[in-house]
Design a protein around this ligand. Structure first.
Ligand code: HEC
Length: 191
């Protein structure tokens, strides 16, 4: 038996390092397997993506961009501004696939969104507002008025999809609630 305290200390240090290393590896392993499991269950849970499941309007489920290559250059520029501003809270799909077409409606919506932006600390100046309205009016004419039948058919498709997504969301919520432990009645003292 070696009673030299320095030697003992060095051995204990070595032992500790080994223990740290092993527990570190163990934690790392359990974390990665946990992540994998969550991904797997999420994929098993629903055929819809998480973005689809968070849609508030059927319009949210449509495409978020438009092919503006044939639009006039100034409108193409305004489109960029539109994308930057109108996709910061919700997806740009919302206005793009919504049924609104008139300048009156777009102005009204931009005012409404403006108030919301105000609370978020954004500020749109009147020039920018005008450019966004210009884009929306032009784009509505091209896609929603001139190709009304195509647009309406797509809107119906989105409505159907939205119904399915809503049903799925409700059933997922129900399952989640069933899986949760029963809520305990809070202690309110002796009455
Ligand atoms: C600060 C956050 C915010 C920004 C930025 C924003 N929106 Fe919205 N938008 C909302 C919220 C919240 C709703 C849902 C509640 C509502 O309709 O007021 C909404 C809903 C909408 C709707 C659907 C309304 C309906 O009832 O059918 C349209 C269309 C819309 N936004 C257009 C726009 C456009 C165009 C822009 C860019 C100018 C924009 N939004 C920017 C927050 C925002």
């Amino acid at each position: 038996m070696n009673l030299n305290p320095f030697f003992k200390c060095a051995r204990i240090n070595k032992l500790f390092r080994l223990v740290y290393l092993i527990s570190g590896l163990f934690i790392l392993l359990s974390l990665t397997s946990c992540e994998k499991k969550e991904e797997e269950t999420a994929a098993l849970k629903s055929k819809f993506s998480s973005t689809q499941l968070t849609a508030h309007f059927s319009y949210d489920l449509g495409p978020a961009t438009v092919d503006v290559s044939s639009y006039p250059l100034n409108i193409q520029e305004s489109y960029k501004l539109f994308l930057a501003v109108c996709s910061s809270c919700h997806t740009s799909s919302r206005p793009l696939n919504s049924p609104y077409i008139k300048a009156y409606d777009w102005k009204r919506f931009i005012k409404r969104m403006h108030i919301k932006m105000g609370t978020r600390g954004y500020a749109l100046d009147p020039k920018e507002e005008k450019r966004i309205v210009e884009f929306l009016v032009y784009d509505s004419k091209i896609r929603k008025i001139d190709k009304k039948d195509e647009f309406d058919a797509k809107a119906q498709e989105l409505n159907k999809l939205f119904e399915e997504v809503s049903k799925e969301r409700d059933s997922l919520k129900e399952k989640e609630t069933l899986g949760l432990p029963k809520k305990e009645t809070p202690y309110v003292g002796v009455k």
